[in-house]
Each structure stands twice: as C-alpha cells, then as structure tokens.
Design a protein around this ligand. Structure first.
Ligand code: SF4
Ligand code: SF4
Length: 113
C-alpha cells in the first residue's frame, strides 16, 4: 500500500461504488450485498435501489452499462456522493480509503494512473 487514508478523498472519487472489473469479466452483475442497514425497511428506496440475486440475496442495484451503484451521484474521479449515505449497507461502510480494494477500484476506474 502506498500513502495513507488521508490522501484518498472519497468525495472526489466514488470508484468503489462501481462493480469491479473482475466481477464484470465473470458476468457477475451483483456487487454489494445489502445487509445491516435499515434500507431494507424503506419500501420506496428498497424498490429503487435493491435487486435480488438468483439465490434471493439482496444486493445494490447497478446501472447496466456502467456497473455503477444507482445510489451514486456525480462524476467518478471528480465529485461523487452516496445518496443514501446514512443507510448504506455494511459492505460500503467496511471499505476504507487506502485499503487494497480502494486502491484497486481507483486504478480500475482511472482515478489513479
Ligand atoms: S475507492 Fe477509496 S477513495 Fe474512492 S470512494 Fe472508495 S474508499 Fe473512497
Ligand atoms: S450505497 Fe452508496 S456507498 Fe454503497 S456502493 Fe452505493 S453509492 Fe456507494
């Protein structure tokens, strides 16, 4: 790992809110599981933002073309924010700036060279 978490500005990024390349290459259209969040209890938001995988497990809905989570607003690498920040699932909360998945996402989405 290079650098520290303080060097990675999530608001100017958003790269980890996109289905990773490896998932896409394997044809896997579900990225973050929706759990440990009150999101599932909000009927309207659940309908808009959550899809079930073939096993019936809830995941965040992704845009078909881009693989972006539909809750993401803005432009990746410029300014990107989560529209359900306080309701985001555990998987989103566990991802830390500067950790290996963050660095991979930033590279894949072109935020870092
Ligand atoms: S990839 Fe890293 S820096 Fe970018 S939003 Fe996610 S945690 Fe923050
Ligand atoms: S719920 Fe928010 S933090 Fe989680 S992937 Fe979607 S936009 Fe990103």
């Amino acid at each position: 790992m290079t650098g520290t978490a303080a060097q990675y500005d999530c608001v100017a990024c958003g790269a980890c809110c996109v289905n990773p390349d490896e998932n896409r290459q394997e044809g896997y259209l579900w990225y973050l599981e929706v759990r440990d969040t009150p999101l599932l209890e909000k009927k309207d938001l659940r309908k808009k933002l959550v899809v079930l995988d073939p096993d019936g497990v809830p995941h965040l809905r992704l845009e078909r073309e881009t693989g972006r989570c539909v809750a993401l607003r803005g432009k990746i690498g410029v300014r990107a924010t989560c529209s359900i920040y306080t309701l985001r699932p555990k998987g989103c909360r566990l991802l830390m700036p500067g950790d290996p998945r963050c660095l991979l996402a930033r590279k894949e989405r072109g935020v870092d060279p």
